[in-house]
Design a protein around this ligand. Structure first.
Ligand SMILES: [Zn+2]
Length: 316
């Protein structure tokens, strides 16, 4: 797919400079001249709703190089990520229901147009570089937050390698940031596309079927298994289209297409509330807001990206 990497979080060619991660003296020097992407409880600090709000490494909110994560070089400037989740605002915003949080948490030491925002609320407004940096930072910080203890022996593990590794001081095991592969598939039968909706989704929300890969499974086998489990449809040929890092908290969405061999739908009610075949003409009416059941998918998600490409005939 020629346009594969134009998907949101699709990659901006960031120089991650992995060879410098283990050089502690160099990391200290880079930190002093670097800029810092700051996250609070999983939300990056955003300026004006459309760009990363960079802090200097000597800004009051910035911490120490030993607890920050080296992301690489952006336009020759060293860039780091740090987590300030320990900060407790005077007024905490109430938790918000739904797929993502639209609230902005401001900080008394920062300009009023800067705030901590759910990455999903701003992801389509960020530049490709800012999107890649924010996704990388969020993925790494979430991994550290949820993997503070050694998976082998249970001792508290220590961040090393500029944040890209954890090492256990008790048993010397090394742990690396995990990414969980998910297959998401554009299943077609002639002129029709298969869409489904989860039992808890908002009214009218439909998407491509998707599911986590299992150990010992190829991407192709995962596509066929998930589609059969969820919809009862048998899939033949499977091909790769595009991938999307999805750091909520640690997925890699692997976008595939698959040709259905059968078309009778039997849903698994645990997984889906509905599944249906939608023609290209139906999808045009979905996007025009005229479809009686299906609403357009969310911009920024790979499902919408693949459906748009299917409709525009730009999958190749
Ligand atoms: Zn251990």
């Amino acid at each position: 797919m020629r346009i594969a990497e134009t998907v949101t979080f699709g990659g901006s060619g960031l120089n991650r400079a992995a060879e410098l991660r283990g050089d502690a003296a160099r990391q200290q020097a880079l930190w002093r001249e670097g800029r810092v992407l700051t996250l609070w409880r999983g939300k990056p600090l955003i300026a004006g709703g459309s760009a990363i709000a960079w802090l200097a490494s000597d800004a009051p909110l910035s911490g120490m190089a030993e607890t920050s994560i080296f992301l690489g070089f952006s336009d020759d400037t060293p860039v780091f990520a740090q987590d300030v989740s320990h900060w407790v605002p005077e007024q905490t915003l109430a938790a918000q229901a739904g797929f993502f949080d639209t609230q902005i948490q401001t900080h008394p030491d920062l300009p009023p147009d800067q705030g901590f925002q759910d990455l999903r609320a701003v992801m389509t407004d960020l530049s490709p570089r800012d999107a890649e940096l924010a996704a990388t930072a969020r993925g790494l910080i979430e991994w550290h937050r949820s993997h503070g203890f050694c998976a082998s022996c249970g001792a508290r593990s220590q961040m090393t390698n500029a944040g890209w590794q954890c090492r256990c001081p008790a048993c010397a095991a090394s742990h690396f940031p995990r990414t969980d592969p998910v297959v998401i598939m554009l299943i077609t039968h002639g002129n029709r596309l298969l869409l489904g909706r989860g039992p808890t989704w908002p009214e009218g929300m439909y998407s491509l079927l998707a599911g986590f890969m299992e150990p010992g499974e190829t991407v192709e086998a995962a596509v066929r298994r998930e589609v059969y489990e969820e919809s009862g449809i048998r899939v033949g040929q499977v091909g790769y289209l595009a991938s999307q890092p999805w750091p909520f908290p640690a997925s890699l969405m692997i976008g595939c297409r698959g040709a259905a061999l059968t078309d009778a739908i039997t849903i698994d009610p645990e997984e889906l509330a509905d599944a249906r075949w939608v023609t290209r003409e139906d999808m045009v009416s979905v996007y025009a807001g005229n479809h009686p059941v299906v609403k357009p998918g969310r911009l920024g998600a790979i499902a919408r990206f693949l459906i748009d490409a299917w409709l525009a005939d730009t999958l190749d």
